[in-house]
Design a protein around this ligand. Structure first.
Ligand code: NAD
Ligand code: UFG
Length: 340
């Protein structure tokens, strides 16, 4: 059955891929994004790829009046809430901006949803809500706790949403805890476009392979992992997008709130990623071993069983797809969405 979905933060990396997947599956989307970390060009490309137009509203989700108007103009079957600030380091220097943006947007959205009797919500949470030192693979029952303001905004966002679902049995809320999304749509037309020097591994690798950055610093080679470098659960953004569609279907059949990991269950080290990237794409990624990055842990990877059980979802794409698709996007768009 075709649904009409409000996607907040739909112009961003994961949001744009999810919009495209929803459109390709025959659903309708409406996007609200204030473009604080995205380009409108991403929305144009999604429309081109899907062969279909949709409404795009460039404003802040914290704006109750504007959001209310959007809910008056459209009748939604559900909401996917991607909008949020996500840079861990930045959240340590400007915590108030992170708490206000990420929590006020979530609370405003829920208030407006409630007013319009739309009570189906998929929330972008993160593996970062798990207490550091949790045994791996980590499942959804593990203890929660964070080390930076960004993480706490996800922790608190989850708690607010659990309380809303507990107070009103008509709500259906899925808290998706993403592991490390990389990759891009196979067209190479949309992808991750960080502003400035990337913090995350894959965009750093692709920009190094381009020659825009001189070399990758591998943060630590003395961790208790097979090759000493950090291990993470990298997941293809297209698999992640599919997880949101499956979560919407789940939310249509169930009420209450539930947290679900979206990861592959497989951990790869930094050097595994570098070597796979070089091999699959036939390019060099110069690197040096550097000191550990403060706040990093040795290994984080998911127990993905609940997603399979409840959503019927599991990751389909492997490391080679992720490396190939990330490089296709970057090499076709050396400056991201910015015009040459
Ligand atoms: P992104 O920055 O590319 O997308 C977020 C989008 O939200 C951006 O387009 C930004 O302009 C928009 N936005 C931010 N605040 C807004 C506001 N107040 N009103 C309207 N729009 C606003 O990030 P992403 O990687 O696509 O992540 C999407 C969501 O998933 C975020 O909530 C992020 O915290 C979460 N998440 C991401 C990762 C990751 O590694 N990429 C991991 C776990 C969780
Ligand atoms: N790394 C490097 N060099 C770099 C960048 C990263 O060696 O230049 C290493 C890191 O030390 C880590 C791995 O590559 O071992 C992955 O690092 P990322 O920065 O790409 O990702 P993180 O696992 O640190 O964090 C990501 C998101 C967070 C989210 C978390 C959830 O950035 O927002 O996943 O698990 F909370």
């Amino acid at each position: 059955m075709s649904m009409k979905i409000l996607v907040t933060g739909g112009a961003g990396y994961i949001g744009s891929h999810t919009c495209l997947q929803l459109l390709r599956a025959g659903h309708d989307v409406v996007v609200v994004d204030n473009l604080v970390n995205a380009q409108e060009e991403a929305m144009r490309r999604v429309q081109t790829l899907a062969g279909r137009e949709f409404a795009f509203y460039p404003f802040d989700v914290c704006d109750d009046n504007m959001l209310d108007k959007v809910f008056s103009e459209h009748s939604f079957d559900g909401v996917i809430h991607f909008a949020g600030l996500k840079a861990v380091g930045e959240s340590v220097s400007i915590p108030l901006r992170y708490y206000s943006n990420n929590l006020v947007s979530t609370m405003t959205l829920c208030r407006v949803m409630d007013r319009h009797n739309v009570k189906r919500l998929i929330f972008s949470s993160s593996a970062t809500v798990y207490q550091p030192g949790s045994p791996m693979p980590v499942n959804e029952e593990a203890a929660l706790g964070c080390t930076n303001p960004y993480g706490w905004t996800k922790f608190m966002g989850e708690q607010i949403l659990r309380d809303i679902a507990a107070a009103d049995p008509e709500w259906s809320i899925v808290l998706l805890r993403y592991f490390n999304p990389i990759g891009a749509d196979a067209s190479g037309m949309i992808g991750e476009d960080p502003s400035g020097i990337p913090n995350n591994l894959m965009p750093y690798i692709t920009q190094t392979a381009l020659g825009r950055l001189a070399q990758l610093s591998v943060f630590g080679d003395d961790y208790d992992t097979p090759d000493g470098t950090g291990v993470r659960d990298y997941i293809h953004v297209v698999d992640l997008a599919q997880g949101h569609m499956d979560a919407l279907n789940y939310a249509a059949r169930n009420t209450g709130s539930v947290a679900i990991n979206l990861g592959t269950g497989v951990g790869y080290s930094v050097l595994d990623i570098v070597h796979a990237f070089e091999k699959v794409n036939g390019v060099k990624v110069p690197y040096q071993i550097a000191p550990r990055r403060p706040g990093d842990v040795a290994a984080v990877y998911a127990d993905p069983r609940r997603a399979k059980e409840l959503l019927g979802w599991q990751a389909e794409k492997g490391l080679e797809d992720m490396c190939r698709d990330s490089w296709r996007w970057q090499s076709m768009n050396p400056k991201g969405y910015a015009a040459e």
